[in-house]
Design a protein around this ligand. Structure first.
Ligand code: GLC
Length: 482
């Protein structure tokens, strides 16, 4: 247990409760909340996207411009998530857009400049607001320049003398690679070679800048920390991570059970508890409601759910070749997600042919995400890679058995039934291969059709797992103190 009180600024490009596209937002809400609960002085900095509900009504704490060239004007609005103060940095030029990062699957052309500005503004605002964090915790490439600027721009600034930085890596496939010209809004990059960020004579990686400049680095699971040391697992950044191995931590994300628990979930049609009668009744009612919602026949069959961004990371390309084969069985599959139009089209085609067994909802819907977690018997996460993964942890809380590939945080959080049936919390497979996925799907279905009682026992056991943020927060504190 850590006793010293720390002041921490968490810096992220999205925060659940205000705006979300993926798991980063969940962490950006839950971790600061847990740290605050432990008595620390925590706040969050994020862009004030125009699409954040209530943004324009929020108090303006600061109206200013960057002290450094190009002196961009910005404002800081006071928002709040679950009692944690949020400094939202408003700049119409960069954040008054329909989306956060991309429209029609096309990244905004000035993303480098947008997040370079945001990173600069995060540090620029602190002396003006007289906030002196001991730890600034950046996340992913969007804020990789925060540790860089702290180390370079502010190295001799007395105000930041006690401030140290951390970078969490949620997904190293996104490196934030830009041409120097796109980052010109930082004088450090204008007509200068920046070795900490350079990936070629013409391009820089904002993630690399963060990895090389942060005082400590965190991967979002122990296995992902190991994977980042390899060329494959880091997607080509092994040298950088190896050079920081002594400062690299791997802390598994937690689950915010105030959001993701069938006992308190206000989205789902019927709440339920971790006892057999309640679980069976609750899941049955949720299943019927989900089937009605996505136009599948009302039947008591094994339902396999999946909620994800449609990218190859999530293993859709392992599922597509075997999905029709699997649908020959007495099952239903429900997939909810948006993303790569190529993958979406293929899923839509299969659902048109097998509309009695397979529903594909091309949408990002928090409500449906909760419904699928609660209603399904099994939850699919056959990811090619998965830094942590949160849905498998949410699934377990709802008695929905995750079917995962043994990679990253999936490996750290799910126990396979055929390896250790007693302690099992789901099913897993190793080889990145559609046939391996089909085999594990068949293993789960076989158990469902031959021994439903046993499935329920395992589901109940999964429900009693505890991946609370309290433990993760304590590990973060140890890292901060180090
Ligand atoms: C990213 C990763 C996911 C992780 C999440 C939160 O979305 O892909 O595995 O759980 O960040 O850390």
């Amino acid at each position: 247990m850590v006793t010293k009180t720390l002041s921490i600024l968490f810096v992220a490009s999205e925060v659940e409760g205000l705006i979300k596209s993926g798991g980063l937002a969940d962490v950006a809400k839950a971790l600061p909340k847990s740290l605050k609960k432990l008595g620390h002085n925590v706040s969050i900095a994020m862009p004030a996207y125009i699409t954040i509900p209530g943004r324009d009504d929020a108090d303006i704490l600061l109206s200013t411009k960057l002290e450094h060239w190009p002196h961009t004007a910005y404002q800081v609005r006071a928002l709040d998530v679950d009692g944690v103060p949020v400094f939202a940095i408003e700049c119409a030029e960069y954040f008054d857009r329909a989306e956060m990062y991309a429209e029609n699957n096309q990244a905004y052309a000035d993303n480098g400049e947008r997040f370079a500005f945001f990173s600069a503004a995060c540090l620029d605002m602190l002396p003006k607001l007289n906030i002196k964090p001991e730890i600034i915790h950046a996340n992913d490439w969007h804020t990789g320049l925060v540790p860089y600027l702290l180390k370079k721009r502010y190295s001799n600034d007395a105000f930041f003398a006690q401030t140290r930085s951390v970078l969490s890596v949620h997904n190293a496939v996104f490196k934030g690679i830009f041409h120097y010209d796109e980052i010109e809004c930082l004088s450090e990059f204008k007509s200068h070679y920046v070795p900490e960020a350079a990936v070629s004579h013409s391009h820089v990686s904002l993630l690399k800048a963060g990895v090389l400049c942060a005082d400590k680095i965190n991967a979002v699971s122990p296995t992902y920390a190991k994977e980042l040391l390899t060329e494959l697992g880091s997607h080509g950044m092994a040298n950088e991570f190896q050079s920081r191995e002594a400062d690299l931590f791997g802390i598994l994300n937690g689950c915010d059970y105030s959001e993701w628990s069938p006992e308190v979930d206000s989205f789902i049609p019927k709440q339920f508890k971790a006892n057999r009668i309640s679980m069976v009744r609750g899941k049955k009612a949720c299943k019927a409601a989900l089937q009605a919602e996505v136009n599948l026949p009302q039947k008591d069959v094994a339902v396999y759910g999946m909620v994800c961004r449609l990218t190859n990371q999530k293993g859709i390309h392992y599922l597509l070749p075997i999905l029709e084969q699997f649908l020959k069985n007495d099952v239903q599959v429900v997939i909810v997600g948006t993303g790569d139009p190529f993958l979406a089209n293929q899923l839509a085609e299969i659902s048109a042919i097998h509309s009695d067994k397979f529903a594909f909802v091309e949408a990002y819907s928090n409500k449906l995400a909760h419904w699928v977690e609660a209603a399904s018997d099994f939850f699919l996460m056959p990811s090619e890679f998965e830094p942590c993964g949160l849905n498998q942890i949410y699934s377990m809380a709802y008695g929905t058995l995750p079917i995962v590939r043994e990679v990253g945080g999936l490996k750290d959080s799910v126990i396979d039934y055929d390896t250790d049936s007693e302690n099992a919390t789901g099913f897993s497979f190793k080889k990145p291969d559609p046939i391996e996925l089909l085999l594990v799907l068949m293993r789960s279905l076989l158990l469902y059709s031959q021994d439903l009682n046993e499935v329920k026992r395992v589901q109940l056991h999964a429900m009693t797992q505890n991946f609370s943020w309290d433990e993760a927060a304590d590990n973060y504190l140890k890292m901060y103190l180090s």
